[in-house]
Design a protein around this ligand. Structure first.
Ligand code: AMP
Length: 176
């Protein structure tokens, strides 16, 4: 994709200081979603990268990973799997714990969502510390599926989240 488009996307991502708490600079992607050209361009980044390999399913992480992941799956004609925060999925689930700044959280995926050997790409809006996506990677791998790559629109490189995702291949399109 043209570097001009990448720069337009970068300019559209809005920094919101002290949200959800003091000291955090929240990367707000809603201006990207709001603009039809930029929304399509953001989805195309994921789609182009996925077209380079054979993918069976897209897995998205609650909640902004659903906005991007489901559009990517639709465009590629693939199935979509949600990984959600604890207590949101109605059927039998597998659970993975991960640590937050204070305490622990859990992510869940339906036990029948992925099959052994399926080729999967994980999608989320943003890679920060990597805790959330590392838990998602555990859930995916526990099914026997092949996690080809984790893809993020935004990566906060200074938090070194990709180290936590090792050995998963990480791709991000806007780096800060
Ligand atoms: P982490 O587990 O630290 O990699 O956090 C990743 C999740 O938290 C992603 O799903 C993001 O949506 C959200 N997140 C973390 N930090 C930020 C931030 N600075 N701006 C926007 N979203 C964030």
């Amino acid at each position: 994709m043209a570097s001009e488009t990448i720069e337009k996307l970068r300019a559209a991502v809005r920094d919101v200081h002290d949200f959800p708490k003091t000291g955090i600079v929240f990367k707000d992607i809603t201006p990207v979603l709001n603009d039809p050209v930029l929304f399509r361009a953001s989805i195309d980044l994921f789609v182009e990268r996925c077209r380079e390999k054979r993918v069976d399913k897209i897995v998205g992480i609650d909640a902004r990973g659903f906005l991007f992941g489901s559009a990517v799956a639709y465009e590629l004609g693939l199935g979509f799997v949600p990984i959600r925060k604890r207590g949101k999925l109605p059927y039998r689930t597998d659970t993975a714990k991960y640590s937050l700044e204070y305490g622990e959280a859990e992510m869940e995926m339906h036990t029948d969502a992925l099959k052994d050997g399926e080729r999967v790409v994980l999608v989320d809006d943003l890679l920060a510390t990597g805790g959330t996506s590392a838990a998602a990677a555990v859930l995916i791998r526990n099914t026997g599926a092949n996690l080809l790559e984790a893809q993020f629109l935004i990566e906060l490189e200074f938090l070194e989240g990709r180290k936590r995702l090792h050995p998963t291949t990480v791709t991000s399109f806007l780096k800060y």
